[in-house]
Design a protein around this ligand. Structure first.
Ligand code: HEC
Length: 146
């Protein structure tokens, strides 16, 4: 498979310094995640709630699409996953802001017609921590090669 993603966060942070790769990205997702200040270790526990449906470190779909390179990844683009039209047409990009909204809200209220059936995380810190973990383990999307 083509190396579409930059993983994990530490490596991505180092690579972003290199102009050839950094130039492809308008948004500094690494800085966004750092500014959020979540605790990835605690986020790993929170992510247990997602694991029945999502794989984070492997490009393998379950009930939900895999989440390799999820930070900065446009919504609905995993070719071999059967998304809802709502997700495919959402025009969202999964950054700190959109993920925070998505994960702290009942998914079917946030996006009418989505196939994700999740009640939402009640605690603000759980949301921050899980995003930190997703960045560390899933990594940053590399828009430059797509
Ligand atoms: C019951 C299964 C289930 C659970 C639990 C679940 N998801 Fe999902 N998720 C899905 C499905 C199905 C989709 C595809 C939605 C669609 O196509 O409308 C999805 C989509 C997503 C997307 C968009 C992916 C993309 O490629 O655009 C993100 C981000 C996401 N989920 C994050 C999470 C996180 C983080 C958790 C845990 C806090 C979680 N999900 C829990 C089933 C689940």
């Amino acid at each position: 498979m083509v190396a579409k993603y930059l993983a994990p966060l530490g490596v991505a942070a180092a690579l972003l310094v290199a102009p050839t790769i950094g130039a492809a990205q308008d948004v500094d997702y690494v800085a966004q995640v750092e500014a959020l200040g979540g605790d990835a270790k605690k986020g790993k526990k929170v992510y247990r709630k997602c694991k029945a449906c999502h794989e984070l470190a492997k490009e393998k779909n379950k009930v939900g699409p895999h989440q390799v390179g999820i930070i900065g990844r446009p919504a609905g683009i995993i070719a071999d996953f059967g998304y809802s039209d709502a997700m495919k047409d959402s025009g969202l990009v999964w950054d700190v802001e959109t993920l925070t909204a998505w994960l702290s809200t009942k998914s079917k209220s946030y996006m009418e017609g989505t196939k994700m059936n999740f009640a939402g995380l009640k605690k603000e810190n759980d949301v921050k921590n899980v995003i930190a973990y997703m960045a560390e383990e899933g990594g940053i999307y590399d828009a430059g090669t797509n």
